[in-house]
Design a protein around this ligand. Sequence first.
Ligand code: ADP
Ligand code: MG
Length: 234
Amino acid sequence: MEMLKVDNVAVSVGEKVVLKNVSISVDRNEVLFLLGPNGAGKSTLLRALVGFPGYNVVSGKIYFEGEDITGVPMETRVAKGLAIAHQIPPKLLGVRVRQLLEALCRRNKCDVHEIANDLGILHLLDREFGKGFSGGELKRVEIATLLAQKPKLALIDEPDSGVDVDSIEIIAKAIKKVIEVSPYRSAIIVTHSALISRYIEPTKVCILMSGTVKICNGKELIEEVFRYGFRELV
Ligand code: ADP
Ligand code: MG
């Protein structure tokens, strides 16, 4: 039985059907890299998987550990072991980074100082989550929340976009740790960066285009994408 099974899913956002006929699976010990051009629906897929409000599965089913979680609220999915690091994280005004990480670490037994130190965000702990953060700071804090959640399956949306090379290294190492502390060592990572694949080896690579999964294969697919582009591949 796969840990995550997405069976012929269509997703609408508002009036618009963004994803159709999407089928993928992720097993324990599997790291799936999801690639695709801008606007393909990658963020929509991750948000639909975690049950983010407004991202509605209009047909098909999502199973997690054999259980049908289609339509199950986000809090319940998170409690079951799914967690997301958003491409553009929603701001949590009035909540300090420290408060959020402490709450998560109380539940999941982790060390806030260690996580903040790993990600170089000690100086952000007493700031409101997201308020006035640079793109790179937002990414680091977002990955910190994943580390504090120890999810069975981490859904990580473009951790490498808009960040400098040094930050990518820190973020990639932290993602590696997210996978190591995960009970099932599994993740779906949406990425545009060959740099991330220097630190984290995907077990599977899928390409999403125009709202549907066109092809899944081994890690050699990344090289082909960089060489030929998406259109030539499918
Ligand atoms: P990607 O992450 O692959 O760049 P997205 O999932 O963000 O793509 O978007 C896919 C398509 O869905 C785009 O055409 C985008 O405009 C549309 N879309 C996503 N979210 C919304 C939304 N909240 N309202 C309207 N359209 C949306
Ligand atoms: Mg996106």
